[in-house]
Design a protein around this ligand. Sequence first.
Ligand SMILES: CC(C)(COP(=O)(O)OP(=O)(O)OC[C@H]1O[C@@H](n2cnc3c(N)ncnc32)[C@H](O)[C@@H]1OP(=O)(O)O)[C@@H](O)C(=O)NCCC(=O)NCCS
Length: 229
Amino acid sequence: MIKFREILGQKVAVMCKKAKQVQQLVEPLKLDIHGVNNQIQSDVGATGRLVNSSIHIQGDNNELIFEKGVWLRDARFHIESNNNRIHIARNCKFRGRVFMKVNGNNRLSIGPETGVGNVDIICGEGSRVSIGADCMLAFDIEIRTTDSHAIIDCTSGERVNPASDVIIGDHVWVAAHCTLLKGSHVRANSIVAIRSLVTGPIDEENVLIAGVPGRIIRRGVTWERPLMG
Ligand SMILES: CC(C)(COP(=O)(O)OP(=O)(O)OC[C@H]1O[C@@H](n2cnc3c(N)ncnc32)[C@H](O)[C@@H]1OP(=O)(O)O)[C@@H](O)C(=O)NCCC(=O)NCCS
């Protein structure tokens, strides 16, 4: 059942049965929303948590969806453009900041059961960040689809650094202090080693990527989540 509440003139959709639950689910999110037709769907339910998290929107037609069991902790969503969509699927744990500024039509999707320790996601120029299911992203990670500023070829006058999507497949482990730049593609079951810098597509699954720039240093590997030390 979907209920819509008016908060600061926006429709905030909350899927649950009782008005009391609606309060519990929405109020922990600090909302600062300006514009029209922005929608937040929060269905985190009894197993979800919304702790010290906020949504700032200056724009129109933006949509944020948090599915059942989602934990947001110290999460900040800064949207200053139109027609953006953020979808965090069931049982994800997310700590970090998401920026969608200047140009709209950006997309962020995070698949079910993924855990994000602390990440900055800068998604702009109408691009997409897609993080698969059952991934583990550690802390101090930066993911960006845009360089934020243009580099121009002096001869042609053309921009040489357009934005490009970042795609992380299912069951990928990104270790601490990594950066994934525009066009990065890390395929399923892979590992990105600590302090690595991924700058483009890595076209194989089940690989260990390491270094600056990141290169495949091991093939035929996968990883497991239980804490070993
Ligand atoms: C990914 C990781 C687990 C790989 O460990 P491993 O399989 O034992 O790899 P090794 O240490 O044997 O290293 C294999 C090679 O890669 C190199 N390498 C390993 N990590 C590297 C890194 N981050 N950057 C560059 N090179 C690296 C090693 O120097 C070695 O090179 P060589 O074969 O020329 O000697 C490890 O590199 C790592 O990132 N650990 C930190 C995990 C973390 O951040 N945990 C936080 C909680 S999520």
